[in-house]
Design a protein. Structure first.
Length: 363
């Protein structure tokens, strides 16, 4: 199972450029709406210094980083929830993702058209969010009708429970508010999770900026919007970073030093996406391979075992756990055992970020 982040926004805001930066690829980039009809999919490695430090000790034949799947979805426009600009298709693509990366244009450039002829982040965000809200509202209504038809055929109490939660959602959406701002308890969220509501998905705003005062004014405007939603903002000069990722390492380092660029924005996007999905990393370590595995925070050892292979979870016996810090400190499994730092855990153990795990199983 992979974890998916959908890249969305109005046409011509820099979505495909951002996708190219993340994947160092060549997805179609053009100055007209709906350039990206079918979504491009890219597998992006998560840079983690811990895996490099482990490799210095083990010298494995192979290193496999954790990864996130980024999906470049075509630009949405007003009326997308009613089918404008192939809107229904694009909204369905978003529904299949786990989190949203919403790209917002925060710069002016007469050579790059704006679909509504005016760069204004607050308006742009409102257009997209309104379409997500309308789509969720429509889904709520249709689902209630479907559930009501089933009331004579199945468990009435369970259906009534779903309908009550959906009516609560409709009342909130009617006020043009995102469902992420509606209080839903754990049971209510579980009840409607199968519907994959767009406005419940965790969201990161990527501010596509340039080095002008006007651009930073727009960035400040976007930060205020994100604060109200408890979302995060990652600023990036997409065109500059696209040039940087195409450079060779030495050329890139020299350019960044000359222009005092301390970090690539794309790493902030990848790491923020990882946090957005509420993921942690555990490692399997051996001479043949060091592998970083992304799992949701709170996952048990049996769930982590299943992440590797279903046989690991079916025949699970126990998990041997070494913390990353202990592995780096003692540098060998024999020394770790000698110091009493290797723990034996059962299937209900909650995996911690950085755990080095060896699963024992029998089929």
């Amino acid at each position: 199972m992979s974890f998916k982040c959908g890249i969305i926004g109005l046409p011509n805001v820099g979505k495909s450029t951002l996708f190219n930066i993340l994947t160092k690829g060549n997805s179609a980039v053009a100055n007209f709406p709906f350039c990206t009809i079918k979504p491009n999919v890219g597998i992006v490695s998560v840079i983690d210094i811990r895996i490099d430090n482990l490799a210095k000790i083990i010298s494995p034949k192979k290193i496999i980083n954790a990864f996130i799947e980024f999906i470049d979805i075509a630009g949405l426009v007003k009326g997308a929830s009613k089918g404008e600009g192939l809107g229904n298709q694009f909204l369905n693509n978003i529904r299949e993702t786990d989190a949203i990366v919403h790209v917002v244009r925060c710069f002016k450039n007469d050579n790059i058209t704006h679909v509504y002829n005016q760069v204004q982040p607050s308006s742009d965000v409102d257009i997209i969010n309104t379409e997500l809200i309308l789509s969720d509202f429509d889904l709520c209504e249709k689902t209630i009708v479907q559930l009501q038809k089933k009331m004579k055929l199945t468990d009435v109490k369970e259906i009534e429970k779903k309908i009550d939660v959906l009516k609560k959602c409709i009342n909130h959406l009617t006020q043009c508010l995102m469902l992420k701002t509606l209080y839903l308890n754990a049971d209510e969220k579980k009840t409607i999770s199968y519907l994959r509501f767009l406005t419940l998905k965790p969201t990161m705003y990527v501010a596509n900026i340039n080095d002008t005062k006007e651009s930073y004014y727009f960035l400040n405007e976007l930060n205020k919007i994100a604060d109200k939603e408890d979302s995060i903002v990652v600023p990036i000069d997409a065109n500059l970073e696209l040039d940087l990722v195409k450079m060779k390492d030495e050329e890139q380092k020299s350019f960044m030093k000359a222009f005092n660029i301390k970090n690539l924005g794309l790493q902030s996007i990848i790491s923020s996406g990882y946090k957005l999905l509420n993921l942690i990393t555990f490692f399997t370590v051996g001479v043949k391979e060091i592998h970083a595995w992304p799992i949701p925070q709170g996952s048990t050892s049996i769930q982590a075992a299943h992440k590797i292979h279903s046989d690991f979870s079916k025949g699970f016996i126990r998990a041997e756990i070494i913390t990353y810090k202990d592995f780096i400190k003692y540098k060998s499994e024999s020394k770790i055992k000698e110091m009493g730092k290797l723990r034996i855990e059962g299937k209900n153990y909650c995996i911690q970020d950085g755990d080095i795990v060896h699963f024992l199983f029998h089929i």
